[in-house]
Design a protein around this ligand. Sequence first.
Ligand code: FAD
Length: 385
Amino acid sequence: MSTDPEVRAELVAAVRRFVERDVAPVASELEHADEYPAALVATMRDLGLFGVTIAPEYGGLGLDVLTYTAIVEELAAGWMSLTGILNTHVMVANLLAASGTDAQARRWLPELASGARRGALSLSEPDAGSDTGALSCRAVRDGDEYVINGTKMWVTNGARAGLVALAARTEEGITCFLVDKEPGERWGGISVSRNIGKLGYKGIETVEMVYDAHRVPADAVLGGEAGLGHGRHFILSALEVGRINIAARAVGVARAAFEASLRYAQQRETFGVPIAEHQAIQLKLADMATKLEAARLLTRNAAERRQAGERCDVEAGMAKLFASEAALEIATDAMRIHGGVGYTTELPVERYYRDAPLMIIGEGTNEIQRLVIARGLLARYGIDR
Ligand SMILES: Cc1cc2nc3c(=O)[nH]c(=O)nc-3n(C[C@H](O)[C@H](O)[C@H](O)COP(=O)(O)OP(=O)(O)OC[C@H]3O[C@@H](n4cnc5c(N)ncnc54)[C@H](O)[C@@H]3O)c2cc1C
């Protein structure tokens, strides 16, 4: 159901205030220290953001994808990492709502909605990123349990999560398991083997996790027995919202880079005039603003389509592809406009420049997006031969 535009505007304004008051003053310091923003996450919890898309019957705000997208843009304009703390969590909640059994939804959604339990999504492996069909993590049935063995890579929020949606191979194909765990580096047969160092996207851990004969109950299969072998399909469908989220993050980072450039171009003077009066700078500002506007419109279009309950793999792919490439270009132009100071750690421009490339890789690289878009178009408009 669509969110009342007034309710949406109120919540987005509340998130914008949070970003201006709490995030902007500390983002650079925390980011440079690669420090987890515990206090900011606590405020996000208080704002109800962990339950943003979860239905009110489970304690969530029950807001639509368009509202979620607008919130992600606001957070990313302040510090992109905050959106990563939310995204895998929201995807796990969406997976439960769309593909979980009633009992699974009742068991997990209330704790996810309050943020008491945090979600992580674990699809990728060291040798299986784009090629999700090549997963080697295995789950073997043993009585009333499954025994899981394998190594998962790039698990954002993995260590802090209390519920991991894990893709593993079973006899039936790829199955998604709801793995209950305590936050921390070790739980049962699960251990965090590596905290991966990153160019940007700091303050939030992305880890490698090893499953060594870790046991889960048979009812941990997402969707119950009927879900066996359908995990890849469930997760790829949830990735539609994940890709809209990435597009919205890109819009947020691009907006911050553009607004900083617009301000700086009017303050900084060379040859006796503000640099905004040089045509070379004006051309950049015009291109940046146009790309930003186009990226935002594509993102909203994908969100509206998803909200209408329509398949939106093509639109989500287009939004993610265009917005992330635009963010990368806009962040680079922002650095050029700032000259030498853009290359220093004194302004957040260098952070936008380091954060932007994640969006061309995460939730499927942009090469894979193009394949998704083309396949989707051919399926929609293919001719009968
Ligand atoms: C910071 C970060 C956080 C992440 N968080 C998560 C997470 O929480 N959960 C999770 O499951 N995953 C996560 N990922 C993983 C991410 O989704 C993968 O990195 C991504 O899908 C690419 O996989 P790969 O790194 O194995 O690259 P590869 O698949 O090895 O690709 C390498 C290159 O080859 C190209 N390529 C591959 N196949 C094709 C093809 N068929 N045609 C054309 N080009 C191709 C790719 O586009 C890329 O340029 C995260 C990644 C990063 C960097």
